[in-house]
Design a protein around this ligand. Structure first.
Ligand code: BG6
Ligand code: MG
Length: 219
């Protein structure tokens, strides 16, 4: 039986990829590192420290660990400042409708995000009331593709993984859901989330009706 839903945040509830891109781009320009939207796609779903390592590897750069931490902090300060402009108008189309529907139908709902800024994003969106449990980048140490954040959220919801559906836009997020024994819904193109149990191009198509139709035996 499906009793709970666990949502990724960035790229599922709201589109922060562009804000992350702008912050990494600014840092990269200052460092004279090559960084473009194609490389930004590789950062989808992974932690801040894993992200800077991907950018440095791409540029064949090695630095002392403390310097890397300082640079990641600099990027984060830029990103957090840009979140001040986010408003309750900034849900991805369909996201608020699905969250509202899950509330009215009485499902348990958790957040399972790699971001350490998840609370700020949820507050900017006025989205806190949709969630029973918040799992974010501060909740676990091992990030996606490890399943830890989803296992944390399910445990807090007091549900086993096979009673939960994870909604994710990142390849590594679907990997994490599968590794944890969760059912999965992928948001995005086939070449990114085609390995999910069910896939939609955007959140707009991801209605509770469609999800229930696909997982009919589980509801
Ligand atoms: C994920 C994003 O949700 O959070 C990644 O998809 C980001 O791009 C990661 O790197 C960590 O976010 P933050 O806010 O802790 O830097
Ligand atoms: Mg995401």
């Amino acid at each position: 039986m499906i009793k709970g839903f666990i949502f990724d945040l960035d790229g599922v509830i709201t589109d922060t990829a562009e804000l992350h891109y702008e912050a990494w781009k600014k840092l990269s320009d200052e460092m004279s590192w090559d960084f473009d939207r194609e490389l930004n796609e590789k950062l989808r779903g992974i932690s801040r420290m894993d992200s800077i390592k991907v950018i440095m590897d791409h540029n064949k750069v090695t630095l002392e660990e403390q310097t890397v931490i300082d640079l990641a902090t600099k990027k984060n300060d830029l990103y957090v400042a840009s979140l001040d402009h986010m408003t309750p108008e900034d849900y991805l189309p369909g996201a608020k409708e699905l969250l509202t529907h899950l509330r009215t139908e009485g499902f348990s709902v958790a957040l399972g995000s790699a971001s350490k800024n998840a609370l700020k994003v949820l507050q900017q969106l006025n989205a806190m009331p949709y969630f029973d449990v918040i799992g974010d980048g501060n909740s676990v140490t091992k990030s996606k593709p490890e399943p830890d954040i989803f296992l944390y959220a399910a445990e807090k919801l007091r549900l086993p993984p096979n009673n939960c559906i994870v909604v994710e836009d990142a390849e590594k997020g679907i990997d994490a859901a599968k590794a944890g024994g969760f059912h999965s819904v992928g948001i995005g193109p086939e070449d990114r989330v085609g390995h999910a149990d069910l896939r939609f191009d955007t959140m707009k198509e991801a209605t509770l009706f469609e999800v229930k139709s696909h997982f009919a035996d589980l509801f």
